[in-house]
Design a protein around this ligand. Structure first.
Ligand code: GLN
Length: 281
């Protein structure tokens, strides 16, 4: 069989489109680039190249995985966040663009309040903690309940050359933590249990369930983290959360009820509530 780059791409785009993969054309091209280890420009110059049997088999495998609902980033094995590269796998949530709002807000606050150390609860791929270690002077502790996620986060910290600024701890929120911090950051699981089954297959069947489930009302981790934070925050300590678009009021109230001041809800680029911050005097 003479499978060329061009004919294989045509086949892949058609299959992915039929299987309702939104960015089917780009996905097909990314899988071909990965198969042949070539750049995008090269991809179009090499249209007539005939794939070896091994190359075709590899490409077909990537495409069929994607067609069955596996997210592109898990197949490629990495993605970009805050202009850094992160390895991802089914132990970790795929970093979202929206989460850059939390990181950018944290970078500004860390500078303003001279934050020296922080804890990132539910670090997953480590995208938040690693970006903060990369773009600020602060040192951090990254915790997760999943050993698989922590391993990935450690690899990502090494890959982005901030391993020496971070500490990785297997911990259910604060259960294995004894230190105090100038700031707590977290993008905890915040989806209502009932809502998860209605999410797209890429998320509900592929991303780690325990990274999504925020309990009956989606607020379980905000309450837990805020209640327990008194023992782990230094004076004038900051808290910064990512939240779901409809959780601004609720999370703000949780912070105010627990004595936090200067509580702010910050919107994302789509104009939706996305981040809540507060200070514990
Ligand atoms: N902190 C990680 C992220 O933002 C994981 C978040 C999560 O699993 N809920 O990607």
């Amino acid at each position: 069989m003479n499978n060329t780059v061009e004919s294989s791409l045509l086949w892949a785009k058609k299959l992915l489109k039929e299987n309702e993969c939104e960015s089917y054309a780009l996905d097909a091209e990314l899988f071909m680039m990965k198969t042949l280890d070539i750049s995008r420009v090269k991809l179009f110059i090499e249209g007539k190249k005939v794939l070896s049997d091994d190359e075709y088999k590899k490409f077909k495998e990537y495409v069929e995985k994607r067609a069955s609902g596996v997210p592109t980033q898990y197949i490629l094995g990495s993605c970009e966040f805050m202009s850094l590269e992160f390895f991802v796998n089914p132990f970790t949530l795929i970093p979202r663009n929206d989460t850059e709002i939390l990181v950018e807000t944290a970078i500004e606050s860390f500078k303003k309040y001279r934050v020296k150390n922080f804890i990132d609860i539910g670090t997953g791929s480590g995208c938040i903690a690693i970006s903060l270690a990369y773009y600020t002077e602060a040192r951090g502790t990254a915790v997760d309940i999943s050993e698989g996620a922590l391993d990935t986060a450690r690899r990502n910290a090494k890959h982005n050359e901030v391993f020496a600024k971070l500490n990785f701890v297997l911990s259910d929120v604060f259960s294995n933590i004894n230190d105090k911090f100038d700031a707590i950051v977290s993008n905890p699981p915040y989806i209502k249990t009932d809502v998860i089954k209605g999410l797209m297959r890429e998320v509900k069947d592929n991303e780690p369930y325990n990274a999504l489930d925020g309990g009956d009302d989606g607020l379980y981790f905000y309450r837990k983290i805020v209640k327990e934070s008194v023992d782990y925050l230094n004076k004038n300590g900051l808290i910064l959360f990512e939240i779901g678009y409809d959780q601004g009021e609720d999370v703000k109230n949780i912070l105010v009820e627990n004595g936090f001041c200067d509580v702010k809800v910050i919107k994302d680029l789509a104009g939706l509530d996305r981040v809540v911050t507060g200070i514990k005097l």
